[in-house]
Design a protein around this ligand. Sequence first.
Ligand SMILES: *Cc1c(COP(=O)(O)O)cnc(C)c1O
Length: 308
Amino acid sequence: MSAILALCLTHLKAGDHVLCSRDVFGATVGLFQNTLQKFGVEVSFVPLTDSDKWREAAKPNTRMLFIETPSNPLNAVADVAAMAQIGRDIGAILAVDNCFCSPSLQTPLLLGADIVTHSATKYLDGQGRVLGGALVGSEELIAPVMAFNRSCGPTMSPFNAWVMLKGLETLDLRMRAHSENAQRLAEWLAEKSSVEAVHYCGLPDHPGHALATRQQQGFGGVLAFEVAGGREAAWQFINGTELMSLTANLGDAKTTIVHPASTTHGRLTPGQREAASISEGLVRIAVGLEDLEDLQSDCLRGFAALGR
Ligand SMILES: *Cc1c(COP(=O)(O)O)cnc(C)c1O
């Protein structure tokens, strides 16, 4: 979040307008809607994959487009090159939160984005050890961020930076393993009769699959699925698992499981959740590096707790 804050405080000023995709990380919504609003920066939220809506919502003072792709938790995929074109047409920079893919699986700058943000807390470290973030872009855009950081202080301690750099050494291997595990678990879940839908951009029937195949080098480690029976069933499933950690973190070597409607998206109103397609029966799994069979066994414990 410090990385996104530094980006905004460096490249936006009072009177500017931001277009942000609706499905971004909850704290990012809060940053734009509450914190930056106090300083005169206006924001509009737009559906991630509807590029006509982005053009319609643009204003003469729009200075930044901010997107997260694939989105959390449904894996909606935005066309980064098309979004970059909209940015150029309206005179705004395109910032992409690349947390889900990491630089190993997606390089938005090569697709035309101006700035990339990362929660390094997730895959870059990869083992849930330290908090951190990163901003990547041209020297022209990043040098003023460095100046901002030097005077305002949102920087990492040297020890945390060292831990993070050790994590980076294995990023590519880990991302391939996360993606493979997630793909196989998604395919397996899709066959289960008590699963109503699986949302993973690696599945051929996912609406973002073709685009993800084109612009990503892998589909990542996060999947979501819907169990029949709503909130109660989702929690029975989650509480029935033993191996997976019940936490909203992701990008860890350990698999984590969460109920988006009551945690990551718990602050939204029921109407907002419905608009974002976060159903009560939705479960998100950030697939780790464990053996696939252990993850399947754990899911079977979840299904058993459902009585199915
Ligand atoms: C976790 C997360 C963030 C915020 O990262 P922190 O390291 O917790 O500040 C931002 N964007 C996405 C997509 C995330 O998942």
